[in-house]
Design a protein around this ligand. Sequence first.
Ligand code: ADP
Length: 516
Amino acid sequence: MRAENLRRHPRASGISIRWKLVVYMTLFVAIILLVTWLFQIVLLDAFFRAVKKNEMREAADALAVKVASDDLQTAAYGEAIDHSLCVTIFRIAENGSERMVNIDATGSNFTVTLSPEHLGKLYNKALENEGTYFSRIAFGGFEVSDGSISFDNLPFSDERGTEKKIPTKNMRMVYVKLVQGTDDSTYMILLDASLQPLDSTVRTLGTQFLWIAGIILIAALIMVFLLYRKISSPIIRMNESAKQLARGNYDAVFSGKGYRETRELADTLNYASHELSRLDRLQKELIANISHDLRTPLTMIKGYGEVMRDLPGENTPENMQVIIDETTRLSELVNDLLDLSKLQSGARAPEFSLFDLTDAVHEVMKRYDTLIKHRGYHVSFDFDREAYVAADRGMLLQVLYNLINNAVNYTGEDKTVTIKQTVFNSRVRISVSDTGKGIEPEEMPLIWDRYYKVDKVHKRATVGTGLGLSIVKGILELHHAAYGVNSTIGKGSIFWFELPLTEAPVCLPDQSTAEE
Ligand code: ADP
């Protein structure tokens, strides 16, 4: 039925890992490329200008202290070469100005082309601006930074139109600094840098960027493919095994080789498959046992009934007793099955009440009076006081009955069963010991499982359904009670459980008796 359900289960929909990886990887690559493009291409111009402006300011400051000295030429040369600048220094006197230095490391000789009128405008601008002035100027004659100076009549002007149309290679950066020399003259330091190298750098980077984008994209796709194979192959393998398991093949082995998570998943699935196969086996055994257990008493009841109907002389109390015993056995089996299914489904909740556990043990022991009297069993109960507990009395009677019944069934040749009650640390422990052949240590954790039977050969008279201890376990766990078994091979087993001790209830004198 389980396999049927799975077969009918629709195929899972949604995006496969492969496409998820492609989407995430593409996003990742797109982000990397966007950031690279932003910094390397779009913002490069701004970065370059900021750095260049700073360099020009520093160069002008360095030259400012040298204006009236002899090594002005050498210093100007150094600054021009170091920063690829055109350095022009004028001494401005009342009777006119004199070009002291003109060193051009930019190769354009732009400042030479400036007329005295242009120079005068730059001088005035610097004067207005606390002695310094920075501007970007286009060869086409447009002042870019603030538009306040018109260089329309520049010799280089080719009237190419608006600012937007001016190519970077035609752009100049001009820095003016006015300095008062020690010889009382004013010096105008005019530095000029070309933006041309930036233009070619941008072009180089642009081409490089296309290559980088292509290579990264191909590498990302290869990586997606490899990652997909690495991630998905163990999942696909496990899916195949899961399908086999769903078809009822419990030999299916899950292999999660590849990475830790899949290995852990495979381990869990292997464990689940092992448990499923164990349960399946136990369930089959149970059905076989139950059918056997049901058939035998039914055959007996039918047989005895027919004999008693057909042969009036056989209508004896003994024969009637056989029918009654077999009916009792049948109802016990059915009750066990019902109890277990109720416990497992949670339909049976304990009803707690305060009662005398010692008395409950006595009550269960009474059922064995006949065995003790007629079959030579020795069932003893060892206790030193009455112990009260808060629990579901009916359920605890069932626990006691199952444990005592098992002890009676499995005890040794001397037919001895000892029940002991010990009170310690506000707890009461009930232990039921027998002198049977004991339980192998490896079987001990398993006997609490439903349907589990140590002796796989089904012997009706001595062995039950394999449900008793799982009912005991279910009930004791509902009571949060400690329980366990100690067993020695050849010597016997001791099954025990513990419950918190409760004070005995205060007994009020019976009203009716008091009146009498
Ligand atoms: P069953 O009805 O078969 O006794 P239980 O659930 O009560 O089922 O017990 C499970 C198995 O545990 C038994 O089949 C038996 O092999 C083992 N077992 C239980 N009690 C004892 C005991 N007192 N001595 C030895 N084996 C025991």
